[in-house]
Design a protein around this ligand. Structure first.
Ligand SMILES: Nc1ncnc2c1ncn2[C@@H]1O[C@H](COP(=O)(O)OP(=O)(O)O)[C@@H](O)[C@H]1O
Ligand SMILES: [Mg+2]
Length: 246
């Protein structure tokens, strides 16, 4: 299921008075179904905070956030968790795999939590591990995998419930160059198959896989570049609005 992600006037401040931090400062964003949007900018400019807002892991102080026809801002913790479980996949810099579970079990977990029968969850996990090139490692614990392999397991896990939106926060940030290349290929493949992806990155090669690149500064969008020659999907602006599903 593909959804348009739509945010208007999204704001998240921390602290108060002289300690006030405008982590996300009235951000407007539309991500069309099938689009890969890269977000870059200096450390502390609000990239992670924005991604957490977009994924319903944190609540905005104000502003609206919609995923398809569903309004996400202001949902209760339980309702937000339900939307996340079914509709949004996360990939983090530090993988966040469960160390005590095998690769297969890590990938199965979100499906089981969403109520998928055990057999179907197992089948899905096997299929996804195959897609990220790790069929032969399904029974390994994360500790027995390389960084690049762990991150590929994390991507497979993020896809377990076939989410309409995939959010990634510096997914190559902890990887050496060769491992980063593995993960980079994976994101390029996700883009090619029409996944909707928002990816925060420091890595210019990762940024290069995006359809559109947004630069953040001091909590706001400072610049936007549409990367060309990428197969003619609507990338931004009116094209994205035309795909709006509200
Ligand atoms: N939980 C928090 N409490 C207070 N300040 C925070 C918190 N999380 C982030 N910040 C501040 O908000 C700003 C944006 O942080 P962050 O979104 O992590 O930036 P980035 O991911 O671009 O490095 C920074 O100044 C950071 O110190
Ligand atoms: Mg960050």
């Amino acid at each position: 299921m593909e959804y348009t992600l739509w945010a208007r006037g999204l704001r998240r401040y921390y602290g108060s008075g002289t300690g006030l931090v405008r982590a996300v400062d009235d951000v407007d964003l539309v991500v069309a179904p099938g689009e890969t949007v890269g977000i870059v900018g200096p450390s502390g400019c609000g990239k992670s905070t924005l991604l957490q807002l977009l994924g319903g892991l944190d609540r905005p102080d104000r502003g609206e956030l919609w995923l398809g026809r569903r309004r996400l801002d202001g949902l209760s913790e339980t309702a937000a968790a339900r939307v996340r479980r079914r509709g949004i996949g996360f990939v983090f810099q530090s993988f966040h795999l469960v160390d005590e579970l095998t690769a297969r079990e890590n990938v199965e977990l979100p499906a089981l939590l969403a109520g998928t029968p055990r057999r179907a969850a197992r089948r899905r996990a096997e299929e996804l591990l195959g897609r990220v090139g790790l069929s032969g490692r399904a029974g390994h614990l994360p500790g027995a995998l390389s960084g690049g392999q762990r991150q590929r397991v994390a991507v497979a896990r993020a896809l377990a419930n076939d989410p309409g939106l995939l959010l990634a926060d510096e997914p190559t940030g902890n990887l050496d160059s060769a491992a980063a290349t593995e993960v980079l290929r994976l994101f390029a493949a996700l883009r090619a198959e029409g996944r909707t992806v928002v990816i925060v990155t420091h890595d210019s090669r990762v940024a290069g896989t995006a359809d559109r690149l947004i630069t953040m500064r001091d909590g706001a969008f400072a610049d936007e570049t549409v990367l060309t020659g990428r197969g003619g999907r609507p990338a931004s602006g009116l094209g994205a609005l035309a795909g709006l599903d509200l």
